[in-house]
Design a binder for this molecule. Sequence first.
Ligand SMILES: *Cc1c(COP(=O)(O)O)cnc(C)c1O
Length: 392
Amino acid sequence: MRQPGRHFLQIPGPSAVPDRILRAIDMPVIDHRGPGFEALGRRVLQGMKGIFKTNQPVIIYPASGTGAWEAALVNVLNPGDRLLMVETGHFASLWKTLAEKIGLQPEIIETDWRRGADPALLEDALRQDASHKIKAVCIVHNETSTGCTSQIANIRQTINNAGHPALLMVDTISGLAAADFRFDEWGVDVAISGSQKGLMLPPGLSFNAVSEKALAASKQSTLSRSYWDWSEMLAANERGYFPYTPATNLLYGLAEAIDMINEEGLDNIFIRHQRHSIATRAAVHAWGLETQCTVDAEHSPVLTAVRTPEGHDADQLRSTILQHYNMSLGNGLSKVQSRVFRIGHLGDLNDLMLMGTLSGIEMGLHLAGVPHNTGGAQSALELLKSTPANIT
Ligand SMILES: *Cc1c(COP(=O)(O)O)cnc(C)c1O
């Protein structure tokens, strides 16, 4: 049956693509080696530096985020190198598996999947590595499976405190352009991101921002690579071009997304995401439900993962909501499958869209027979009313 109105795509990536970006993508393909391409190439390569808050190069791949994960590792490391990772959730564990498959030796600090990476545990592990066998510390900035963030500035401090030379690699695939991130200021060496989350684009682009230290390591690194090789990319990017066919139309979309982000202001966007995250938690608490993240300072501004009461399947709730209200919520991944549903509040979202989302969830909780208190959406509404968005 036809479902009237727009689908609510409230999963934590891909996020809904604004019409302005869809229109920007709807253009004839141009010759990526012709004279008309250079301006587009320079515009996105330069623009992405602002989004990462860096003066360093940003590499753009026609690939999903997973490709940029692999690119980060193969460009700077050597076969058999040890890595230090923290299993903050499903995405951290996928990155670890990828590292093993390409011949690296990740050592992983486990967690209960309800918090970010603990700097104190990282510091202990680094101090024990007196011979500096660990070549990189790899952290997921915004763990999309749990709704917990890791405090990247503190983690850099920890590496410095331990006097350890390991590179800091950060997956900010779902964090970039939604959660505060500062590549240069925080001393990140390689940051990894993707197009379909905070950047509001369709899936298909991913990014590596690279520090001078990472670039120097890439000159010595001997892991096999071809498609992902930074050196060929950077040489072509110097001239505003790419070594192989870029995703031209997604780059049109990216140029538009960068303009939209700059018009709103990156820091205002961070505040908007925080505010929507706080309002969402107000609803969850009023329903009497629990968030997956248990550490106050680590709640994600991008998404909220909510635990359903024991004996109530989160996937059944999600399918009721999809059927009745034409809204997609994120599922629980691996360890938390059917125990968690995830509310994406990222990208091109305003107060009314958030209220529609929370109202749909409250009605769905009722229809699916999940025990809860009514009034969660109302609590979010009160919060949004009392802290109006800063519109100038
Ligand atoms: C989405 C996501 C990924 C995977 O990216 P793909 O584009 O699906 O390859 C990795 N890490 C995090 C934190 C993510 O949110």
